[in-house]
Design a protein around this ligand. Sequence first.
Ligand code: HEM
Length: 358
Amino acid sequence: GGSIPFHGLHQAGIATPVQERLHFASFDLGTRSPAEAAGLMKAWTAAAVRMTAAEEIGRGATGRALAPPDDTGETLEMHASRLTLTVGFGPSFFTRLNLPAPDRLRELPPFRGDRLDPARSGGDVCVQACADDPQVAVHAVRNLARIAAGKASLRWSQIGFGRTASTTPEEKTPRNLMGFKDGTNNIAMDDRSKLNRHVWVGEEGPGWMEGGSYLVTRRIRMHLDIWDRTPLKQQEDVIGRYKRTGAPYGGTREFDPVRIHALPPASHVRLAHPDSNGGSRILRRGYSYTDGTDGQGRLDAGLFFIAYQRDPEEGFVKLQRSLSARDSLNAFIQHVGSGIWACPGGVRPGSFWGEALF
Ligand code: HEM
């Protein structure tokens, strides 16, 4: 596939049609100096500009005999595969560098049923790498980690496949590992008015966040062994939609409107729908994951949930408070990792990630 412009009003990878593969990475800084952190962002941006255009980093992957190559080389002769790299800063980034954090960037509150692993949660800086080829996404994260040596180190990372969001109405909605179409009722990436209202930060600022967005990530494990023994009718009652067609209860086609009163009271879609949450909406962009087995004969698999919003309190936090208290899906899932990130506005040519905040 082709390349997606790195520069723009907004960072690529948010309202960009969802690519097939994900490599998400969280880094911890090894410095307390804003100047050093800015230097890292500058070096990362230069590499990102090259990689998203399918160009070799720096002086390239080969050619100099007496030094390690500037690029590790595993994507030589490959296409850009629609690679996007999106950066966000966690609350600890601002504490560590002693910089003022945006008011809306607060640590997420604990939710009922959480079983968060600190080793899979938080971090100072995140990079969301999405591409249609897994090697391209992995190469990008690997090389950013290499460039960060001595200034930041990987805290955790997550590989994802099988996007669970369609961000354009023309795309066929993919299915999650529970076998249900996931992403039907999402904000379409060309719906400017909904994006401006619910996703992009506006005049409320801070200035460097204008055109940016707040990102919430959750590693949600699915108890697929239990799910797979659950009768079809009960699975559909849990979601509030039919498995084959994706139609909501009370409708016959996937995109028929959700009338919340036609859905079971504790069904996931009823509880997550804007009509149950004072109009709250988020942009979902998650991926499925499987990370081997858990040593007890079960897959370690689930959904790496990714949501962008203008205000986390009005978006994820509001929804998850309601879902964690009542959702009948809770019997089949567990939140095991978490992160919240401030993703600055888009990068102009000649500038770098977060330049205006340092
Ligand atoms: C809708 C699955 C977690 C928010 C849906 C749909 C499915 C689904 C199958 C219906 C299709 C669609 O409209 O996209 C899951 C699974 C989850 C999960 C399997 C966990 C493993 C979450 C979480 C949130 C959330 C944590 C937010 C806190 C939503 C929203 C909708 C939705 C906002 C659209 C509701 C509407 O407007 O009709 N989800 N979901 N989901 N989900 Fe989830």
